[in-house]
Design a protein around this ligand. Structure first.
Ligand SMILES: Cc1cc2nc3c(=O)[nH]c(=O)nc-3n(C[C@H](O)[C@H](O)[C@H](O)COP(=O)(O)OP(=O)(O)OC[C@H]3O[C@@H](n4cnc5c(N)ncnc54)[C@H](O)[C@@H]3O)c2cc1C
Length: 362
């Protein structure tokens, strides 16, 4: 049995962000994470606002920098929206996670790879977990950063919530007809979009569906999309759910704080989740340095919770009004959006800025 100040379950973006802050504050933190046979499915697009949140530079894992977004709908031609500066960078998720882990280790966080969790018990003063290998860990607090299919949530009897779904694959550059810019194709799938993310030696291609049950992003649909847009089939295809349910869920269960996709911190319109993961991981860590983490943590995430509410409503409107909403996005609205992203704004902040500009014009 080993005793710690905080146990973190999951070494993804949320877990590493929490571990970095906790270790930097001098707490003894162990990150217990399931060793993955392959990287977590993720297109690795990291927006400017996320870059501003990292405690270190991620320049060493950046494959491409992006200042132009191509937007299309099956029924309208592609429109290129150019921002005045970079608004996003492309990374490979395995490389990004390895970098974040190395930085957290440098701060003093300890990482323990496991095949999974066997048990989890909460008592008045703490939490204990046992891994499948039989190792036991205890601490006064636990941070659940184990993704959209959180085992911790299951073990605590939390209701299983279904959110957005996405499927992705890679096409080597040598197989591609025309190397594309960062592209979002609305209408490539019902209730969602297809994406092309250029990464230098390959293009990441994927399909996103904004809400469970609207459509199933299947392998065959992805291959059709990949063939149509890139002239080649995708390799290493994998799908995964996204945690897009925060407005309707709890962040705390006793001495467990949920972060990232385990908490549903991903925005539902486009499925950007790395920002919410890093933000919530850092906020949970800061809350754990206070005297009442169970109160401080939800309070510090209240602004993001409100934004996710608004973005979910926007998603309903946007996908309900396709293809008209794509045409709107291809207009001045889209240009304002990419410029707002380049300034490090969130979707909600961009929307407010656009509204303000419309009102002052009127
Ligand atoms: C196909 C796809 C493409 C995406 N593209 C983007 C994108 O381009 N940009 C963006 O911002 N977002 C994207 N997202 C969303 C983003 O990937 C997630 O929101 C983000 O990864 C959430 O981070 P996390 O740390 O909360 O969870 P995860 O990244 O899922 O990490 C969970 C961690 O927990 C570990 N774990 C899981 N189960 C256990 C267990 N039982 N015991 C111990 N450890 C466990 C895992 O090994 C992993 O290390 C995409 C999602 C999908 C599915």
């Amino acid at each position: 049995m080993s005793n710690w100040d905080v146990l973190v379950i999951g070494a993804g973006q949320a877990g590493c962000a929490a571990a970095w802050d906790l270790a930097a504050a001098g707490l003894r933190v162990v990150v217990i994470s399931r060793a993955q046979p392959r990287a977590k499915p993720c297109a690795g697009g990291v927006t400017e606002k996320t870059l501003a949140r990292y405690r270190f530079s991620i320049a060493s894992v950046v494959r491409e920098t992006v200042s132009t977004l191509a937007v299309s709908h099956t029924s309208s031609p592609i429109r290129h929206l150019s921002a005045q500066a970079r608004f996003c960078v492309m990374t490979e998720r395995s490389e990004l996670d390895a970098l974040c882990r190395a930085n957290a280790e440098q701060q003093g966080a300890v990482f323990c790879d496991t095949a999974g969790l066997r048990s989890l018990h909460q008592e008045a003063n703490g939490v204990s977990v046992q891994t499948r290998e039989g190792q036991r860990f205890t601490a006064p607090w636990l941070v659940a950063a184990d993704g959209a299919n959180s085992a911790v949530a299951r073990m605590l009897g939390e209701r299983h919530l279904r959110g957005a779904m996405a499927i992705e694959g890679c096409v080597p550059r040598k197989n591609i007809r025309d190397y594309p810019p960062m592209t979002l194709d609305f209408g490539a799938i019902r209730g969602g979009y297809g994406w092309l993310f250029p990464k230098g030696d390959h293009v990441n291609v994927g399909l996103y569906v904004w809400r469970h049950g609207v459509a199933a992003p299947e392998r065959s649909a992805l291959q059709r999309y990949s063939l149509a847009r890139l002239g080649a089939q995708a390799e290493q295809v994998a799908g995964y759910p996204l945690g897009t349910w925060l407005p309707n869920t709890r962040l705390v269960n006793g001495r467990v704080l949920f972060v990232g996709d385990a908490a549903g911190c991903t925005e539902a319109l486009l499925g950007e989740g790395i920002y919410g993961a890093v933000l919530s991981g850092q906020m949970a860590a800061q809350a754990l340095l206070s005297s009442e983490p169970e109160i401080a943590y939800p309070a510090s995430l209240a602004g993001w919770r409100e934004e996710l509410h608004q973005v979910t409503r926007l998603g309903q409107l946007f996908y309900g009004l396709l293809p008209i909403s794509t045409r709107l996005l291809q207009s001045r609205l889209g240009a304002t959006l990419v410029d707002g992203f380049a300034q490090g704004l969130t979707l909600g902040q961009c929307k407010r800025q656009w509204r303000g500009a419309q009102l002052s014009k009127g």
